[in-house]
Design a protein around this ligand. Structure first.
Ligand SMILES: *Cc1c(COP(=O)(O)O)cnc(C)c1O
Length: 448
């Protein structure tokens, strides 16, 4: 009997040798980032004080494909790329759907999610220009642990400001960062003036991503040999993540498939862009009618309820402003378990694609996302990260409604084995759903 092919594992030789840069192919030009002091387009030299030079080049690149350095490709393979593409056949049967469901699984990477794809590249370019320390923020710790691992691989020091509520309640990823040798500070911390100001007013402040970013930036600006790294939102981060979709395209071709739906969860947008942009390229060229579904939590409804405006990336207003769908940098996002989806903004390239109707956003409550994730785990074995659970929910909803044989592809951006406390609360019926709050954007600067 012939074994049915429910999985595609590419040989390392098939690892892409270029990333895909969607920026020059967007339906309209990308508005430039603005200087937080002057509100005019930010100068390259100012950006170079924050980020490695090569990353700034990629941020503003006009080439459609950008070569992946051999060193980075090697590290990708050492860490487990290409990642597998699975067909969720048992799930299809359980759903009684005529649709085929495929998922790309990034949870096989050492820190359990897609974030190492960009961490490796970012640390590599920093190392090339002799940066001694990279500094960043992290919420639940997925990004911090990915950067900590990359730092350990390239011998670059890593400092992480971790949102204090997560630092206290979710110790496992903090421990993971420390295993890799990173320094981890609970944010707000006492080592920056932004942190000290906030602690003076409220010494029990639980922290937020916006505050942790401000601390990381202040820290970098005080040390010439340090640079800042960001785990999502920016063009170069999304660029690096396209390795996911480029591999998937190849894998689907091998299986004789092409997706009618591509689905991903969206925090800052990097894993969604990673899987979808190589397929969106075909749609932009009129070669497909694939639908692209971007899934966010109702607790941080940037694409479904926010507006596309210039906003700061952080609470302290130290970062350049980006034109993006935002709910405002002062929005207090409730403490949902999908920590990676709690950001107030979204990647500017995704904002443009939403505006043009190419990317269709939807939002779910965390209980319905966990319910879908538990159903998925029972049939497919893998426990999804609470973030990825949002994509699972959308894939299941679409599969249930379909009456025709269509092909659904979603990105399973990470596993949830370090998030079992969230699952426990869900199973015990103790998980709150948060209704969206009123969105106030009147405090954002007036830009023309
Ligand atoms: C960080 C994270 C996300 C959200 O970030 P994006 O940049 O939107 O991809 C999603 N899933 C997992 C597992 C994450 O760790």
């Amino acid at each position: 009997m012939e074994l049915k092919l429910f999985k595609s594992v590419l040989k390392p030789e098939f690892l892409p040798d270029k990333w895909y840069n969607i920026v020059p192919e967007l339906p309209e030009p990308l508005p430039p980032p603005l200087d937080p002091q002057t509100l005019r387009p930010v100068s390259i030299s100012k950006l170079e004080r924050l980020f490695a030079k090569e990353l700034i080049k990629q941020e503003v690149a006009t080439d459609v494909f950008i070569k992946i350095p051999e060193d980075v490709r090697e590290a990708y393979v050492e860490l487990g790329r290409p990642t597998p593409l699975f067909r969720a056949h048992r799930l299809e049967i359980a759903l009684k759907t005529p649709a085929k469901i495929y998922f790309k699984y990034e949870g096989v990477l050492p820190t359990g999610a897609h974030k190492v794809n960009t961490a490796i590249a970012q640390v590599y370019y920093n190392k090339l220009q002799d940066v001694e320390r990279v500094v960043t923020e992290t919420g639940a710790g997925q990004w911090g642990s990915a950067l900590a691992l990359a730092g350990a691989m390239y011998g670059v020091k890593v400092r992480v400001f971790m949102v204090k509520s997560s630092y206290m309640q979710k110790p496992y990823r903090r421990i993971l960062m420390e295993i890799y040798g990173a320094e981890v500070y609970p944010s707000p911390s006492t080592i920056t003036s932004v942190g000290r100001e906030i602690l003076k007013e409220d010494h029990e402040h639980p922290g937020s991503l916006g505050i942790a970013i401000s601390e990381a930036i202040e820290d970098v600006l005080s040390d010439e040999k340090s640079r800042y790294c960001l785990g999502s939102v920016l063009n170069h981060v999304l660029l690096h993540q396209t390795v996911i979709g480029l591999e998937t395209k190849h894998q689907m071709e091998e299986l004789g498939e092409y997706p009618d739906y591509v689905i991903g969860c969206v925090g800052g947008g990097s894993n969604f862009a990673g899987i979808s942009y190589p397929f969106i390229r075909d749609r932009l060229k009129g070669k497909s009618e694939t639908k692209f579904i971007a899934v966010e939590p109702k607790a941080a409804p940037t694409m479904t309820r926010g507006k596309c405006m210039y906003d700061y990336g952080d609470t302290g207003r130290l970062t350049p402003l980006l034109k993006m769908h935002t709910i405002g940098h002062m929005y207090r996002v409730p403490p949902i378990h999908a920590g990676g989806l709690r950001y107030h903004g979204v990647a500017p390239t995704i904002s443009i694609l939403v505006k043009h109707g190419i990317v269709e956003p939807i939002a779910y409550h965390q209980n319905e996302a966990f319910e879908a994730a538990v159903f998925f785990a029972k049939h497919e074995g893998i426990v999804p990260a609470p973030e990825s659970a949002h994509a699972v929910k959308a894939a299941i909803d679409i599969a249930r409604k379909l009456k025709e044989k269509k092909t659904i592809l979603f990105n399973l951006s990470g596993h949830g084995l370090l998030d079992l406390l969230g699952y426990q609360e869900y199973l015990e019926g103790k998980l709150p759903d948060y209704e969206p709050k009123k969105i106030d954007l009147t405090y954002l600067p007036k830009t023309t």
